[in-house]
Ligand binder design. Structure first.
Ligand SMILES: Cc1cc2nc3c(=O)[nH]c(=O)nc-3n(C[C@H](O)[C@H](O)[C@H](O)COP(=O)(O)OP(=O)(O)OC[C@H]3O[C@@H](n4cnc5c(N)ncnc54)[C@H](O)[C@@H]3O)c2cc1C
Ligand SMILES: *[C@@H]1O[C@H](CO)[C@@H](O)[C@H](O)[C@H]1NC(C)=O
Ligand SMILES: *[C@@H]1O[C@H](CO)[C@@H](O)[C@H](O)[C@H]1NC(C)=O
Length: 517
């Protein structure tokens, strides 16, 4: 098997190299992206994954990760101190190249800022007594489930895509269908360890330096470098029992959804397929399954999950299934939600699935790396990737607003509890509040869609209902609008206290459209 995995990409690469020679890279990438993706990116992605797994395996077998951790952290401190001796000239950022992140953004600042190598990619320790896991910031969700689940543990909030990193989910945002119980990814974290602008190493938690602890989430690396985090773990079971409820009227979408959110279910999610059709899903972990209802949806030959879910809508009646836990967690990974259908239009065809499905999905980082300027521009003009967090009670009007502006389906709808704690993002009232994340990924079908104007109207709507925009996406707000949406009071105070002004840009200057290529 390994031999096949290693030789196939080599053959493809050679063939591809010749083809480039004849046609030119730009032509191939723009006009026949699926060919490029299928023949080149898929095998290379597989190779990439094999190498990374091999590297992790070696690390665990040969060296003690926790011991190396301290050395690596000292190296980061040293780099920050060198920056100081060099006169604090440019602000700092992590050296991780922009194309490696899951976010569609390619940040300009990576070219102008002082790059600090943060080479921290391991799971450090699992403490089953205290029910915590200590991890480094570049550990990915795929890696963490692969480590924890076989031991019978899991994270309370485990965001979907394999390649999302702990650092990105804490400094930015992370959400999953259990967030209506546990809050966002950052709300399941117990402590953070950071290297600050003066090179010092600090640990913060609810009780130890709470100001810093609450200021870290959504700060996008502008208060310091995250070097470790302690996260809660909970027992994992073998299966997830999932129930599908197709809904065919506009009123019932939000009615049934709210009903399920406030029920006892561990996981709640909806996929909205049009202005009046949705499938609402509830699920719980369970140890035992009825054998005939087990569906291992993660197997490469299975239909894409969002297509499978849609089949309940077509049948017009609900159903119950048992999905192996890890397959549930990564149910949207194979089709990158529904992004892959634009890139490989026949990707869900059974023939393709059986023959090539095992190589899917291509790595998002490699897609970004190879997309070229033309595709990037086309994407920007004709494509949206946006997640908006709005109060659950506004779900109905929010879906109408998304329909009016984008007419883009499916929409991902995921409930989340927003606790009333200090920091950038909390409810306007001083009580915990139920929110919902509406995710729009793909090509809007609404006539007159204009990326900038349309997204600005959406942002305005979200501000009007006291909601929040996820910052990994394109943000077109002005600085004043941004400061209205996100509470900067604690953040500003800490930036002054920790001497961040020269060391790091403000969040707005990292994430706004103006700061991007
Ligand atoms: C198609 C698609 C689907 C998505 N689906 C989901 C989903 O299902 N659930 C979900 O929660 N999110 C989802 N996201 C968004 C995702 O949450 C964000 O992109 C998030 O920021 C994590 O991305 P990353 O791990 O690539 O982090 P990065 O983009 O690498 O990091 C985000 C920011 O954090 C900072 N940072 C990272 N590490 C450190 C560190 N060690 N020290 C200091 N600063 C640091 C950096 O400044 C960086 O700008 C999706 C995004 C896309 C494009
Ligand atoms: C809405 O859902 C309820 C069950 O939750 C059902 O009884 C009712 O018929 C539905 N209404 C419409 C208009 O579909
Ligand atoms: C999940 O558990 C709750 C509480 O026990 C129950 O009400 C609900 O129906 C369960 N959902 C599924 C899909 O089994």
């Amino acid at each position: 098997m390994l031999a096949v995995i290693l030789t196939l990409p080599a053959i493809f690469c050679c063939g591809f190299y010749l083809w480039f020679k004849i046609k030119g890279l730009e032509y191939v990438v723009v006009h026949q992206r699926w060919i490029f993706v299928c023949l080149f990116l898929l095998p290379v992605s597989v190779l990439f994954d094999v190498l990374i797994s091999f590297r992790n395996w070696i690390t665990f077998k040969m060296t003690s990760a926790p011991k190396k951790h301290d050395t690596r952290v000292r190296d980061i401190q040293k780099q920050v101190r060198e920056w100081m001796t060099d006169g604090c000239e440019q602000p700092m950022c992590t050296a991780r190249p922009g194309w490696m992140t899951v976010s569609p953004r390619v940040a300009k600042y990576k070219h102008t800022h002082r790059k600090i190598q943060v080479n921290l990619i391991d799971v450090l320790e699992i403490d089953t007594e205290r029910q915590t896991v200590r991890v480094e910031p570049l550990a990915t969700m795929g890696q963490i489930t692969a480590t924890l689940n076989p031991l019978g543990w899991t994270l309370p909030v485990l965001p979907e895509l394999d390649d999302l990193t702990v650092g990105g989910l804490i400094m930015g945002v992370g959400i999953e269908t259990s967030s209506h119980k546990h809050g966002l990814f950052q709300h399941t974290c117990l402590s953070y360890e950071l290297v600050l602008a003066d090179g010092s190493l600090v640990k913060c938690s609810k009780d130890e330096d709470p100001d810093l602890f609450y200021a870290v989430p959504w700060s996008y690396g502008t208060l310091g470098f995250l070097v470790a985090a302690e996260i809660k773990i909970i027992p994992a079971k073998k299966f997830v029992k999932i129930e599908y409820f197709p809904v065919k009227t506009t009123e019932n979408i939000s009615k049934v959804f709210k009903d399920k959110v406030f029920g006892e279910n561990e996981f709640v999610e909806a996929l909205v397929y049009s202005d009046h059709e949705a499938v609402i899903m509830t699920a719980n972990q369970t140890e035992n399954a009825e054998a005939e209802k087990v569906n291992a949806i993660g197997n490469y030959w299975k239909p894409w999950f969002f297509k499978h879910v849609e089949s309940y809508l077509k049948k017009g009646r609900g159903g119950v299934e048992y999905i192996p836990l890890r397959h549930y967690y990564h149910r949207h990974t194979r089709s990158i939600f529904w992004e892959l259908q634009d890139i490989i239009p026949f990707g869900n065809n059974p023939i393709f699935r059986y023959l090539c499905g095992w190589m899917v999905p291509p790595k998002i980082s490699l897609l970004k790396l190879t997309q070229g300027e033309t595709i990037r521009r086309l994407y920007e003009q004709h494509h949206v990737i946006q997640d908006m967090l709005v109060p659950l009670e506004t779900l109905d009007s929010s879906l109408k607003c998304f329909d009016k502006e984008l007419k883009l389906y499916p929409l991902w709808v995921c409930p989340m509890l927003l606790p009333s704690i200090p920091g950038m993002v909390h409810p306007k009232s001083d009580q915990d509040e139920m929110f919902v994340d509406i995710g729009a990924y793909g090509e809007p079908k609404r006539d007159g869609f204009k990326a900038r104007d349309t997204v600005r109207r959406l942002e305005k709507y979200v501000r009007s209902v006291d909601g929040f925009q996820m910052l990994y996406a394109d943000c077109y707000m002005t600085k004043e609008e941004f400061r209205f949406m996100f509470d900067h009071s604690l953040y500003d105070r800490l930036r002054t206290k920790l001497n961040c002004c020269k060391a790091f840009p403000e969040v707005y200057d990292k994430v706004s459209k103006a700061a991007r290529l």
